[in-house]
Design a protein around this ligand. Sequence first.
Ligand code: ADP
Ligand code: TRP
Length: 324
Amino acid sequence: MPVRILSGVQASGKLHLGNYFGAIKQHIELQEREGAELFYFIADFHALTTIHDAKTLRANVRDAAIDYLALGLDPKRSTFFRQSDVPEVTELAWMLSSTTGKGLLDRAHSYKDKVAKGLDASLGLFYYPALMAADILVFRANLVPVGQDQVQHIEMTQDMAQSWNHAYKTDWLVRPEPRLSSTPRVVGTDGEKMSKSYNNAIELQMEGKPLKKVVMSIKTDSTPVEDPKNPDTCNVFALYSLFATTGEREAMAARYRAGGMGYGESKLALLEKIETYFAAYRARRAELVASPAEVDEVLRDGAERARKVAQATMAEARRLVGLR
Ligand code: ADP
Ligand code: TRP
């Protein structure tokens, strides 16, 4: 059996360095893996938990699709689609919710964090992990490449699959495993986890002056220019390391420790790295913005391929629970 790889990104705002280095870079690189079947999607059903404006949601979905393609997603190698084009996931989510204890969802960190940050404690936000589990299980995926913050959701998926299989005395639902990149938790400009919703993100689309402004705003301590500095506790160094070769990283660390270099200088080095690294992406993005039909076609084709797989799973799931 080929290994099946699946992941999704919420259409809740502009993609940032955390999304890229935690998740999307792995998604693109996994396209090189022999014999893998890849499914990537834009989680617009999930985005409904935070976005209640149709125009914004549509624009976000398009933006994320363009970003993925511009970053190297190849629709010939990956099945790339919009979650809502596969409505079967909502049906499986409902089935799972009937064999999952409420206590499991009570333990979700991401729900607690979001409510603590002031989001409404809607039923949808609470139910979010069951829908995510259905995304994964409906494709019978083996491997789910994500950032650190999503690992608990995948462990919950394992539990939900097990409870359902146990209830129906089957092993039809496949146990998925998370897969982390070498940088599973990218820090934001304030040193917290970078996130669309924390106002600390460096967005992939940023360039020129706005990019410089955010990079210059990265939080540092107040060690004077001449004093030695600790690279291991510095947000600028952590972000610079995402782009640097081992040699460049060591050279930068040595300059920190030697003293005589201000944070302004390491910020400029980071700025240059970001500008260069994402230059090709920005050029490709501009082309895709100018050809919306090409993006529509990719999503239409992906939806068709994805839906066939989901429909086959659901036919068997319905039979197993007694709906057919
Ligand atoms: P956000 O937290 O900004 O809303 P999403 O929840 O849509 O981002 O995350 C999409 C993918 O990007 C997930 O796999 C998630 O784990 C990953 N990701 C998000 N933020 C980070 C981060 N700061 N570091 C590493 N990975 C991240
Ligand atoms: N919850 C994920 C996030 O916020 C997005 C997502 C939805 C997802 N369904 C998924 C990720 C299935 C992996 C697999 O990033």
